[in-house]
Design a protein around this ligand. Structure first.
Ligand SMILES: [Zn+2]
Ligand SMILES: [Zn+2]
Length: 374
């Protein structure tokens, strides 16, 4: 274990609503089957912003190291572990990403076969844990536990192209899997995507690859809407320019012969967006809700759902296999799509508060901590 560092710098959220503190965390015990990864890039998520402000529906238990979308390089493998999820061998130096751990024994793991909904491992994931466990991406190193599935990053894609898989893209791949189980996007359909953050942008991308005639992206950030166009949105509506919801509904109706869209995807995270989404939707349409993390409530008239005979699918998080599929998609389409545009700025760990604030203000498509030169 000679090449293992004694400590790792980490940004620690000591108290909700307070600036984060850079601390030296001792590298924890690396039991059989665990892996120590050097963090190359750590993505900053809207969830981190809400967590830091105590706005998540999941309670924030401080102190903790944030960061659940991490791309790392294997520094040390403890014992004879092990294989990546595609059955290939893991070795020191591999670039990897990893899912939240799961128990493999509970109802959700074994009957539902949805490890990401594991009831026993809840709260033991990355970005939600005590600093001494070193299980958050806002650090130089992360300890990956034996119960965590690991995915290798294909050699032909860059760190920047891959990073968005760590949270948003795998979430969208998982959400689209559920969507296509219930109501596949048909050739010629219209899809409205609310929000053009990472989840919205990957939703635009997969919608346009699914055969939709028209993808309409609605968001408040000009830079993100530009990227939405590049990634397949035929129409963009800027909330700052079209401020009245009724006018936005009229634009959607103009493009859909007065009927509304066959699909709507909620990726904005604003609770009111859930109410407004139904106004963009046609009768017999489907609503995929993936952006909601707030515990705030909104008023909703249930008759709207019944009147439209709409299907609503809620989806969040994903399994390691969705990471794998998202990475394969990037590997195959990187000549046509510039996936690296998801990461609009990189920061040093020491700039954690500025990075989170810029994400909150929508100044970055996605910011990331870059440890590659430290
Ligand atoms: Zn995230
Ligand atoms: Zn479980």
């Amino acid at each position: 274990m000679s090449n293992i560092p004694a400590t790792s710098k980490a940004a620690v959220l000591v108290e909700v609503g307070k600036p984060e503190v850079i601390e030296d965390i001792p590298i924890p015990e690396l039991e059989e089957g665990s892996v120590l990864a050097k963090v190359l890039l750590a993505g900053i998520c809207g969830t981190d912003v809400h967590q830091g402000r105590g706005e998540l529906s999941i309670p924030t238990v401080t102190p903790l190291i944030q960061g659940h979308e991490t791309l790392g390089r294997i520094e040390y493998i403890s014992g004879d572990r092990k294989l990546a999820i595609d059955g290939t061998e893991l070795k020191v130096g591999d670039r990897i990403m990893w899912a939240h751990p799961f128990c493999g024994e509970c109802y959700e793991c074994r009957v539902l076969r949805k490890p990401y909904m594991c009831s026993k491992s809840f709260g033991s994931g990355y970005g939600f844990n005590k600093p001494e466990l070193l299980r958050g991406g806002f650090a130089e190193y992360v300890k990956i536990t034996p119960a965590t599935e690991i995915v290798k990053v294909p050699d032909n894609i860059t760190d920047e192209e891959a990073l968005g898989v760590g949270c948003a893209f795998r979430t969208v791949v998982s959400g689209f899997e559920r969507l296509h189980d219930h109501s596949p996007i048909g050739t010629g359909d219209t899809v409205v995507v609310q929000g053009a953050g990472p989840i919205g942008l990957y939703s635009v991308l997969l919608s346009s690859f699914s055969g939709a005639a028209r993808v309409i992206a609605i968001a408040a950030e000009t830079e993100r809407l530009e990227l939405a166009k590049e990634w397949g949105a035929a129409v963009t509506i800027n909330l700052k320019e079209v401020t009245d919801h009724k006018d936005r509904v009229n634009i959607v109706k103009e493009y859909t012969n007065g009927r509304g869209a066959e699909f709507c995807i909620e990726a904005s995270g604003a609770p009111i967006a859930f109410v407004q989404g139904f106004d963009y939707m046609a009768r017999y349409s489907t609503y995929l809700v993936m952006g909601q993390t707030s515990s705030n409530s909104v008023e909703f008239v249930p008759n709207v759902l019944q009147g439209k005979q709409a299907v609503v699918i809620g989806s969040g998080s994903a399994d390691a296999r969705h990471f794998y599929k998202a990475l394969q998609f990037i590997s195959a389409h990187r000549e046509k799509i510039d996936f690296s545009k998801m990461i609009s700025r990189t920061y040093a760990l020491e700039d954690v508060d500025e990075a989170l604030e810029n994400m909150r203000l929508g100044k970055d498509v996605k910011g990331a901590f870059d440890n590659r030169n430290r």
